[in-house]
Design a binder for this molecule. Structure first.
Ligand code: SF4
Length: 62
């Protein structure tokens, strides 16, 4: 699985980082989140972050 964020849609709320800081990191300068560990991390928390993202801009790909 590869995790990625559509940065154009990200509103910089920080929810993903709060839920799963191992994988997501909010860049405060540009107010966008980035994926810092695209190929790993706790699957359950990644799923929770995807479900909790208000902009629905976190994706997972095989
Ligand atoms: S939860 Fe979604 S909108 Fe919020 S910072 Fe993360 S990717 Fe961006």
């Amino acid at each position: 699985m590869t995790v990625y964020i559509d940065e154009d849609e990200c509103i910089g709320c920080g929810t993903c980082e709060e839920i799963c800081p191992e994988v997501f990191k909010l860049d405060l300068d540009i107010e966008k989140a980035a994926v810092i560990m695209p190929e790993g991390g706790p699957e359950e928390l990644i799923e929770e972050a995807i479900d909790s993202c208000p902009a629905s801009c976190i994706y997972e790909e095989e």
